[in-house]
Design a protein around this ligand. Structure first.
Ligand SMILES: [Zn+2]
Ligand SMILES: [Zn+2]
Ligand SMILES: [Zn+2]
Length: 320
């Protein structure tokens, strides 16, 4: 990340130089148009810029010759100013402006140099914005790393690794159902709680709470629930609420926690399912679409590829 920022800042420096050069060239042509001054050793350009102002970049006062008419020009007088252009035009074949376009007059040149300067300015603005974004993201990551480096951090990372939970999701606070499932079933709760250390008074508390959460999660299957199961769910939610109050009496109850303990049982009673209307089935579409996209990756035409994927998806969901 920091490397990328450094690289981008280098590009910005280059662009700043280019912008100064192109803008200077534009100004020079405008001034030259208004008050043509005699250069000591003029070239055969549309106009030969004054001696002193020609050295916009390191080499722009040097000469370039046309491979067709063999006339000689100063780089700057031909509108060539950026290092890249200088290298390209001194590398063998170069056709001068007059040979390229016999109607090319000074106003056209002014227009061209202005466009060049505007283009560079646009690039510079773009780069500045992307660096600002990157810096913002870097600060955010730094913040997370600092905030998540308490005394138990190492143990917790170890535990997450052991459970096969994506660490990136942990750092970016973006756990999804699958991560939670790994953390809350089987040995998940005890492995997580153990990361607090053997002599932590909170260990059993959290193990109990995580286990309770895991029990509730089991009801989120893509199926209907019968009366017995719904009653079981009610008990689980009630138990979890009691445990929560007892273990963490000073923690505030977030809206999600309130929904979980107070409204989920009623919801299950009414709709007789939890998993069938969760976002999980919809999320599983991603995997299907990714697979189809791979299948049709040979299509170069993106629109056509998308059409094929959509078509296939439609057929699959209609037949199955
Ligand atoms: Zn010249
Ligand atoms: Zn020529
Ligand atoms: Zn409520």
């Amino acid at each position: 990340m920091l490397e990328e920022i450094k690289e981008a800042e280098q590009i910005i420096d280059d662009l700043r130089i280019k912008l100064t050069q192109t803008q200077a060239l534009y100004d020079l042509f405008v001034t030259a148009q208004n008050s043509p001054s005699k250069s000591a050793k003029p070239c055969e350009g549309l106009i030969c810029l004054p001696d002193a102002s020609r050295a916009i970049s390191e080499h722009s006062s040097d000469w370039v010759s046309c491979c067709e008419c063999l006339r000689k020009y100063h780089f700057a007088c031909e509108g060539i100013v950026m290092q890249k252009e200088i290298i390209a035009s001194s590398d063998g074949a170069y056709w001068c402006i007059k040979c390229q376009d016999s109607d090319f007059l000074l106003p056209k040149m002014i227009d061209l140099t202005q466009k060049k300067a505007l283009w560079v300015k646009g690039k510079l603005d773009e780069s500045l914005e992307s660096v600002a974004n990157m810096k913002c993201e870097a600060a955010f990551m730094e913040d997370i790393v600092i905030r998540k480096s308490g005394p138990c951090a190492k143990g917790l990372i170890q535990a997450l690794k052991q459970l096969g939970v994506d660490l990136h999701a942990y750092y970016t606070c973006s756990f999804v159902g699958n991560h939670m499932h790994k953390m809350l079933t089987d040995d998940g709760p005890s492995i997580l709680a153990d990361s607090l250390g053997d002599d932590s008074p909170d260990r059993d508390k959290y193990k109990k709470l995580f286990t309770g959460l895991g029990r509730i999660q089991q009801f989120f299957t893509a199926d209907f629930l019968d009366d017995d199961r719904i009653e079981e769910l009610e008990q689980c939610c009630e138990q979890f609420a009691c445990d929560l109050k007892e273990s963490l009496p000073n923690e505030s109850v977030t809206p999600k926690m309130h929904f979980l303990t107070a409204h989920i049982p009623a919801f299950a009673r009414r709709h007789r399912t939890l998993g069938l209307i969760s976002e999980q089935p919809l999320e599983s579409l991603h995997a299907r679409i990714n697979k189809l996209e791979r299948q049709y990756s040979a299509y170069r035409d993106v629109e056509r590829q998308m059409r094929m994927v959509a078509q296939e998806l439609y057929i699959k969901s209609s037949v199955l």
